[in-house]
Design a protein around this ligand. Sequence first.
Ligand code: AMP
Length: 284
Amino acid sequence: MIVARTIREVREKTAQWRRGGQSVGLVPTMGYLHEGHASLVDRARAACDKVVVSDFVNPTQFAPNEDLEAYPRDFERDCKLLEEHGCDMVFCPSVEEMYAPNAATYVEILDEMPKQLCGKTRPIHFRGVCTVVSKLFNIVQPDKAFFGQKDAQQLAVIRRMVRDMSYGIEIIGCPIVRESDGLAKSSRNTYLSAEERRAALVLSRAVFRGEEMFGSGVADSETVLAEMRSIISAEPLARIDYVSAVDGETMLPVDEITDGVLVAMAVYIGKTRLIDNFISGGPQ
Ligand code: AMP
C-alpha cells in the first residue's frame, strides 16, 4: 500500500492509473478506522480497479468548541486495517498540505438542507465537509466515491454538491455497520465510559423500534418520533439533540413517513454526541 502525504504524490499516481485505463474509487475518512470504514473499502475494492482512502481529520468541519484536538487518531492501526482490506493508497496529508495559511475558498450549499438536523447545532460543519470532499475529488479525481449511510445528512449533502457542481463522480451510499448489540460503529464511541457505552444503546433501540412501527403500518411521524423519544428519554445519561423525520433529499420535516423518508437522531450520551438513523423502506 502506498502511503502518500502530499497532493502531488496522489495526483501522479492516480493519473498513472487512469492512463492505464484503471478506475479509481475514493473512500474519505477521518481515520481511527473500524469495520464501518472497512465496509466502504470492501465496497470500493469490489467496484473499482484501484482504491484510495483519505485519512485526514479535517479542521474546517469542526467549530472551535468541538472535539478537533481530542478526536482519536491511530495511523499505524489504520494502515494495518487498510492493508488487510486491499487499499492501494492511503492519503494522510498534514493540515498545512491541505490548507494554505490564507485559504479562504469554501464550497457551501446555500439552501436549507445543510441547516437542518446536525446543521442546527453544527452550523459550519457541512461547509467544511463540502470543502474538503471537493478538494479530495479534485486531488484524486475518482470515478466513484463511497460514503456511509450512518452520516445520512452528509451523504445527501455530498450528492447535492456533486449534482450542483457537475462532478462526474458516482456517489455510492453504504449501509450502517453496527456492533453486535446494535450500537452504530463510530470513532467517537471510544469517548464513552463503560456506563455510557451501555446507555448509548438507546439510540439503536429507538431506531429499531421506529423501523418496526413503520413496518407495521404506522405512518404518522409524530407517533413514531414520540415513541422513539420516550425510549431515549428513559435513559438518564442521554440528552436528545434532535429526533426527526425528514425528506431523504431536502432534509425538510415531513408529517408522514413514506418510503425514502429519513428518520434521524443526534443524542448526547454524557458529553459525547452520537448519531443514528434509518430510511423507511430501506435506501432508495
Ligand atoms: P468518518 O471517519 O467518521 O468521517 O467516516 C468516514 C466515512 O465512513 C463516512 O462516509 C461515514 O459515513 C462512514 N462510516 C462511519 N461509520 C460508519 C458505520 N458504522 N457504518 C457505515 N459507514 C460508516
